[in-house]
Design a protein around this ligand. Structure first.
Ligand code: NAD
Length: 267
């Protein structure tokens, strides 16, 4: 059974990795997906792939730029998308540098994408989610991409952990905000472990930068060694968790955290 029939979803950073897999799984489940990304080339390439399974639209924008959000809002208005049922704040970056080598420019970029971008998504799309919830018998749903680094300290990137820890408590606070105002919006988050995407490769590279005697293979194996289930995760395994949080299957969940990490934070 299709879990997202008649739903409209926005997914940020949907051109590759986890966001692309979420876009594909959502259209397969009957949603109309509007996915955004700052990378136009990847975004347009992915559109052909996603549209094999259903209906998707790509809009190029940078989540950290307020003017881009304003253009996106205009686009939604012109296209008559006044009601949005699901928002996935997925776009994010990882630094992976030794903290003593991080510049203020690196720091500002990280915070602008991971935190300001998530805040903008919520600020600008809340009215659309509220309208959709009011006109439907199910609540609208927001899913934020936190990380295991938003639950426990990161071995490799304390500032990434700072940004994802911010998302963790922001998500809980927003559940209270919507609840207090009786807005028909649920908001939850997912905490992926190490996932095989370009960002997953960046984690491997940063392990090598910080342990120069380590080979690529040793770095990959180290990620596996840290994961009790004995392998890294796939983008689809995260997308399935996000589908659960987006659909009515999770109708009594808000302010919650779904940890999908192969047991990494169980130790
Ligand atoms: N891969 C992992 O191991 C892992 C683990 C925990 C959490 N996460 C989180 O999951 C999310 C997706 O990660 P991924 O592994 O798919 O990453 P990825 O690097 O493979 O893909 C990220 C996508 O976001 C887009 N993006 C980056 N900055 C953007 C911006 N300013 N505006 C719009 N789009 C932008 C990129 O162009 C890219 O298409 C991120 O928030 C990440 O922090 C990933």
């Amino acid at each position: 059974m299709k879990k997202l029939n008649n739903k409209i979803a926005i997914i940020t950073g949907g051109a590759k990795g986890i966001g692309l897999e979420v876009s594909r799984l959502f259209v397969q489940n009957g949603a109309l997906v509007i996915y955004t990304d700052k990378n136009k080339k990847n975004g347009e390439k992915s559109l052909k792939e996603i549209n094999k399974y259903g209906n998707a639209i790509f809009f190029q924008m940078d989540v950290s730029k307020e003017l881009d959000w304003k253009s996106f809002l205009k686009f939604l208005k012109v296209q008559k998308f006044n009601k949005i049922n699901i928002l996935v704040n997925n776009a994010g970056i990882y630094l992976g540098k030794d903290i003593l080598k991080v510049t203020s420019k690196d720091f500002t970029e990280l915070i602008s994408i991971n935190l300001l971008g998530t805040f903008f998504g919520i600020k600008f799309i809340t009215p659309h989610l509220k309208r959709a919830g009011e006109f439907s018998n199910s609540m609208s749903s927001i899913i934020n991409l936190s990380s295991i680094a938003g639950l426990v300290g990161s071995r490799l990137d304390p500032l990434y952990s700072m940004s994802k820890g911010g998302i963790t408590t922001f998500t809980k606070s927003m559940a209270i905000y919507y609840g207090n105002r009786k807005y028909p919006i649920r908001i939850n988050q997912i905490h992926p472990g190490i996932i095989e995407t370009d960002m997953g490769k960046q984690v491997e590279d940063s392990r090598i930068i910080q342990n120069p005697n380590m080979s690529k293979k040793q770095s990959y194996n180290e990620g596996i060694k840290q994961t009790p289930i004995g392998r890294l995760g796939s983008p689809n395994e995260i997308a399935q968790g996000i589908l659960y949080l987006a659909s009515n299957d999770s109708s009594f969940m808000t302010g919650s955290s779904l940890v999908v990490d192969g047991g990494l934070t169980a130790q």
